[in-house]
Write a protein that binds this ligand. Structure first.
Ligand SMILES: [Zn+2]
Length: 299
């Protein structure tokens, strides 16, 4: 199944459901950043979470940034996801590997760490972005993001994200977000029902791996609650907004002396985009061009 995101409602609009498959884009992130298994799982889960969080924003240019900083060996995890279906991200220490946990699964929890913070920024593309920070409650990306939604955005939510990766690469990655909408937020029975359904669906990525589609999984979860799946799934993909022009712009900010030094010592400059791992090379001539620009601006 190609990477996609689908949206649905159930219980007369009391429940909002979003599902995403991110297998290909997580594989792209793994290759770009040369991620270990556990780093692939952590970043894949965070990227799925970012796309699911962005899915309820209205303006096409809106973006969500997630920063997870636990005390575990992975260091920080950074994700930037848009309503347009693009996402990019990286982890601070991509090569960290840990032995599997007692269930034989990748130990994302220990890699992220139990103590730390989750920062979320929602940016609609104009005005002040909305920032919020919550403490980590588990180190599991899905439950920490769900806790953020429940406490900071006052939306009772269940979020399941998962990644299957082995020596062949990423076999399955994706997530599902179920939320109680404001009109039903006091409906205790509905909240309980949702929780019990989600607890039954512990193996979301296993279902994906077995070839089940997102619609089939949502059907299993909410089929008896008047599920309506919106047509036209959205395509999601790994995409970074970096470019050679932006790199030149950043180099220019270093100023003439620093640029001159790079020309003399390194015969050019190399810059790596931390979000996507792309390496950009600027030649001495290009750096000289920047110096000329700076001089003509200062006249
Ligand atoms: Zn980039």
């Amino acid at each position: 199944m190609s990477d996609r995101l689908i949206r649905a409602i159930a219980a007369d609009g009391g429940i909002r459901a979003v599902g995403t498959v991110t297998t290909t884009l997580t594989e792209e992130a793994r290759v770009r950043h040369k991620l270990s298994y556990v780093a692939t799982a952590a970043l894949g889960q965070a990227m799925s979470s970012g796309l699911l969080l962005a899915s309820n924003m209205k303006q096409q240019q809106s973006r969500v940034t997630i920063r997870i900083k636990g005390e575990g060996p992975l260091g920080g995890i950074f994700v930037d996801a848009g309503v347009d279906g693009t996402v990019r991200g990286y982890v601070e220490h991509p090569k960290v590997e840990l032995p599997p946990n007692s269930q034989g699964d990748l130990d994302v929890k220990s890699a992220v760490g139990r103590y730390g913070y989750l920062h979320v920024m929602r940016d609609v593309g104009y005005g002040q972005p909305y920032y919020s920070t919550v403490e980590l409650i588990s180190g599991e990306v899905g439950s920490d993001v769900a806790n953020y939604l429940a406490t900071s955005e006052q939306t009772p939510s269940a979020l399941l994200v998962g990644v299957f990766v082995d020596s062949e690469g990423v076999n399955a990655s994706g997530g599902i977000l179920l939320q109680i909408l404001p009109k039903a937020v006091r409906d205790e029975a509905l909240i309980e029902l949702l929780e019990s359904r989600v607890n039954k669906l512990s193996g979301f990525t296993r279902l994906l791996l077995s070839g089940k589609s997102l619609s089939e999984i949502l059907e299993e979860l909410l089929g008896d609650l008047g599920l309506i799946i919106f047509p036209q799934p959205k395509r999601v993909r790994f995409n970074c907004r970096c470019s050679f022009q932006r790199v030149l712009g950043a180099l220019k900010l270093l100023g003439e002396a620093e640029l001159q030094d790079m020309i003399e010592k390194d015969s050019g400059a190399e810059a790596t985009c931390e979000f996507c791992g792309e390496v950009y090379q600027a030649s001495s001539e290009e750096l000289e061009g920047l110096i000329e620009d700076l001089r003509s601006q200062s006249v």
